[in-house]
Structures are given as structure tokens and as C-alpha cells.
Design a protein around this ligand. Structure first.
Ligand SMILES: [Zn+2]
Length: 254
């Protein structure tokens, strides 16, 4: 398999997102698939989603506690190895140098081959959803932390040894170029979303997730495994724009 094609499994991956449930809505099928194949997966949540409710029974503190517990359960379902919470204020994220440094610290510590994050260029989805400003900040700052932050040896040596991320898988993008077949893990994606009870209550999320995953697949070009067999279009996919930061070397394709 070629590096970073739709069947590629990295040795390690770090998903950097703003809120508990962002990973589950966007990239859960992919990370579960990778974790099943032996990839070491780290989740980094910049906030703990501490204002994400209209229910008066919560305070910011009690909601953060509940949502961190829900996120840990979702991570367990998906097979992630660890969850890191940075505990910034929900709905208050700003793309600061301080936040960039915190993300560099996480990247240098866990040294992921691949980083997953949202597309900071996505502002409108259709005509009913304005992207959450925290999502835009999280995506933008994650990219800044990957390049040039984490890889420059002379920059912030106290944050750990420099590390070059090989590729960034950018989700929630209006310009996808790679579609990952999540047919075998879409059930766990739904189960991981059900772990976010404070957000979804008893609402049945499954029809929406199946419909999204089919919609993404509809724009995918047909794929064939290693050039064998009839090309087919996967039924359920998650789509990405991939930035390949490490150049392929000759002989890497096997
Ligand atoms: Zn969110």
C-alpha cells in the first residue's frame, strides 16, 4: 500500500479537536479502523466543552467533568490509547502563541506520524450551519503546531525534542482528496457518539451518521485494492484533505 492512500495505516496518530464529540462526529470511523490495525491513537481535546448545554442543572465545572468522562468512554470504544484535555474555555478559543506551544508540547511528547484536525478554511456547511469558531481555531492552531512549530529544533527546545509529522489528515473539509472506507467501524462510530449522552440525550444519531457517511462516499472515486479486482465505491466513508509533509522515498510503496 502506498503511503497515505486510503488503505494506509500510520503507526501513530494524534487527533487534535476543540470539543468532546468533535472526533466522534468527524473522524471516529478512521481512528477506530487504524487502532484496530495497531495504530497508537492519541486524542487531544483543547476544551472540555464546558458551556455545551442549555440544561440548567449544569455548571461549567460539572459539565466539563461529565463531558470528559463521556470522551474517555468514547475513546475506549474507538480504541484510542490516551486522551489529553487542555481545558481551555469552550466558545472562547483563540489562536494564540500560548495555545500553539501547548500543542507543540503534545506533538513532541507523543511524536505522532499523522495528525488529524479540522479544516480551518471551512466556514459554511450548506446554508444552515456556520462552523463553530472553536473548530476553526483548533484546526488552524493544530496546523501551526505541526508546521513549523513541532519540527524546528531551535524553536522552544524546552517543549521537547523536535518532531516532524509525516502527514496531516484534514477533516470537515470542502476540498477532500482521499476517502477512507469506514464500513467496518461505522457501528463503533455511532456507539462512540452515544457515549456523549449530555449532548445527544436519547436522540437516535444512527440515521444521520449513516446518511453523512453515504453522502461523503458518493463523491469518492472508485477504489480497487492494490490494482486488483473491479474498482468499487465504498458505501460509507470519511473524507480528508491530506497534506503530505514527508516526501516519499524510492521503494516506499510496498
Ligand atoms: Zn465542536
Amino acid at each position: 500500500m502506498a503511503r497515505f492512500d486510503s488503505d494506509y495505516v500510520p503507526a501513530s496518530a494524534m487527533a487534535i479537536y476543540a470539543h468532546p464529540d468533535d472526533i466522534e462526529f468527524t473522524v471516529a470511523g478512521t481512528v477506530a479502523k487504524w487502532a484496530d490495525a495497531g495504530c497508537e491513537v492519541t486524542f487531544v481535546l483543547i476544551t472540555s466543552g464546558d458551556v455545551g448545554t442549555h440544561d440548567a442543572k449544569y455548571t461549567r465545572k460539572s459539565l466539563a467533568r461529565v463531558r470528559e468522562r463521556e470522551e474517555r468512554e468514547a475513546a475506549r470504544i474507538l480504541g484510542a490509547k490516551r486522551v489529553v484535555f487542555l481545558r481551555k474555555g469552550d466558545c472562547e478559543l483563540e489562536s494564540t502563541m500560548a495555545l500553539r506551544k501547548e500543542l507543540v508540547r503534545q506533538i513532541r511528547k507523543y511524536r505522532p506520524e499523522v495528525v488529524l484536525c479540522g479544516d480551518p478554511q471551512s466556514l459554511f456547511f450548506g446554508n444552515q450551519y456556520i462552523n463553530h469558531p472553536d473548530h476553526i481555531v483548533a484546526g488552524k492552531t493544530a496546523l501551526e503546531a505541526v508546521f513549523p512549530g513541532a519540527e524546528m529544533e531551535l524553536l522552544w527546545p524546552r517543549l521537547g525534542k523536535a518532531h516532524k509529522v509525516h502527514a496531516v489528515y484534514i477533516s470537515s473539509t470542502l476540498r477532500p482528496d482521499t476517502w477512507i472506507d469506514i464500513g467496518k467501524t461505522i457501528g463503533r462510530k455511532i456507539a462512540s457518539l452515544r457515549a456523549h449522552e449530555s449532548q445527544l440525550g436519547s436522540r437516535d444519531i444512527a440515521p444521520m451518521i449513516y446518511s453523512w457517511a453515504m453522502g461523503e462516499g458518493r463523491t469518492a472515486p472508485p477504489q480497487s485494492k492494490a490494482g486488483k479486482g473491479r474498482a468499487r465505491r465504498p458505501k460509507y466513508t470519511e473524507s480528508f484533505r491530506i497534506m503530505r509533509l514527508l516526501k516519499d522515498e524510492p521503494g516506499d510503496d510496498e
